[in-house]
Design a protein around this ligand. Structure first.
Ligand SMILES: Nc1ncnc2c1ncn2[C@@H]1O[C@H](COP(=O)(O)OP(=O)(O)OP(=O)(O)O)[C@@H](O)[C@H]1O
Length: 256
């Protein structure tokens, strides 16, 4: 893997029965940038993410994280690697029965030895980063969906990860909340030194707002990769169709 990339997937294949989802996928996630993995529904974006965090293992090919080949890693080694990775799940994945302090400090309690007082200071800092100071004693059902995402991000940042993964962060959000989430991803990337962000999405507005590097997944492979500018100015018919959402083009559009 190249020294400029934090995660590499090399010639990864993954099938479920006859469904060949990843078909020789090559991805090198550049360090210290916001990369988007985009593609139509069902193209294998989540399967790609799951291979990166080791929830799914490839049938063949290599997975590298921060210079370590993970294919033969045991669970202990995966747990070490996962400490470097913060994940923001679609709905924030908060525990409703725990308050915000308990939700955010959950990974700290599980992985680090920290006094209650230090943990309180840490949670206070994390809530400041995501722009929600002082809500430690609230419960998830008492806050909005956008706020839950912010709390989910605070929790994803708790172990000071090198890699932040966002799984469809703006799906089913109204445009204003989507814009807030885009800003949050952008500001987190800019304000935290050395972080690398990967966003799985099919929200083309988000892509054009904040992506620095783009991987377009199609038929189990990376069809296009390049900077946001290269993506926007591409003359490739399939890229253009994805960008404009048009019905005419090489992508088959299901008849509604
Ligand atoms: N654990 C699994 N077992 C069997 N099939 C699976 C499994 N996980 C994913 N698949 C299949 O792999 C394909 C890709 O799924 P995936 O969720 O990665 O798509 P996606 O690009 O993330 O789609 P979306 O944008 O709709 O979330 C689908 O056909 C799905 O049914």
């Amino acid at each position: 893997m190249s020294k400029d990339s934090l995660v590499s997937l090399i010639d990864v294949k993954k099938s479920f029965g006859n469904n060949h989802v990843l078909n020789g996928l090559n991805i090198e996630i550049p360090k210290h940038k916001i990369s988007f993995i985009i593609g139509r529904s069902g193209e294998g974006k989540s399967v790609t993410l799951k291979n990166i965090i080791g929830i799914l293992k490839p049938d063949s090919g290599e997975v590298w994280i921060d210079g370590f080949k993970m294919n033969d890693a045991n669970e202990a080694k995966w747990n070490e690697a996962r400490k470097k990775i913060g994940i923001l799940f679609q709905d924030g994945a908060l525990f409703d029965s725990l308050n915000i302090f308990e939700n955010i400090s959950f990974p700290i309690q599980n992985h680090l030895k920290m006094s209650l007082k230090d943990m309180e200071t840490e949670v206070e800092k994390l809530l400041d980063i995501v722009g929600l100071p002082g809500i430690q004693n609230k419960y998830p059902p008492e806050i909005s969906i956008g706020e839950r995402k912010r709390v989910g991000l605070a929790r994803a940042l708790a172990l000071k990860p090198q890699l932040l993964l966002y799984d469809e962060p703006t799906t089913s959000m109204d445009p204003l909340v989507s814009d807030l989430i885009d800003n949050l991803i952008y500001n987190t990337q800019k304000n935290l030194d050395g972080i690398t962000s990967v966003v799985v999405s099919h929200d083309i507005t988000s892509v054009m707002n904040i992506a620095e590097y783009i991987f377009l997944l199609h038929k189990g492979k990376i069809y296009f990769h390049g900077t946001a500018q290269e993506f926007a100015s591409s003359k490739d018919e399939l890229v253009r169709q994805f960008l404009t959402g048009g019905r005419k083009g090489p992508l088959e559009v299901p008849i509604a």
